[in-house]
Write a protein that binds this ligand. Sequence first.
Ligand code: ZN
Length: 190
Amino acid sequence: MLTMKDVIKEGNLNLHKISKDVPIPLSKKDKSTLLSLHEYVVNSTNEEMQKNYDFRPSVGIAAPQINILKRLTAIHVKDLDGILYSYMLINPVITKKSSELVYLPGGEGCLSVDRKTEGLTPRYKEITLESYAYLSQTDETIKIKLHLSGYVGIIFQHEIDHLNGILYTQKLFSSLPSAKPVFEELISKD
Ligand code: ZN
């Protein structure tokens, strides 16, 4: 089981390297990496697990954050309507993006960044994402295409940035006049 000790932090140069594509079909090792990433994200929102294991709550994590430079990421997040986006992604690519920009009003956070940051991070309001997804229940790897927007789209963009060696701290602005806020206060009610 992954814990916060496995997560590498800002300052580690591996967070700024471009991760490698992962061969399909998935190796046993890559499957187990994906499963442990996903397990961490799911467990991190469980209050008891947070207490017992000092988990920081999260909605996504990417393999480079546990020092594995492969294009693998796990996301587990609900949108404003309560729809769950729970994915183990392999080689995700943004194939389309809107010209409109949005940002999280309170700023973004990251398991690899231990300090409080100030500033806003611009993200595309809408994206189309093409990826392989691993389905653990049937042990299948399928091709998927997702249209994502707003808050959930921001999460996916944050994780894909990790695969390209980019931290949100490299994209902080004191104001973003051409971007719109997504409404964070609605999100935490869940
Ligand atoms: Zn992050």
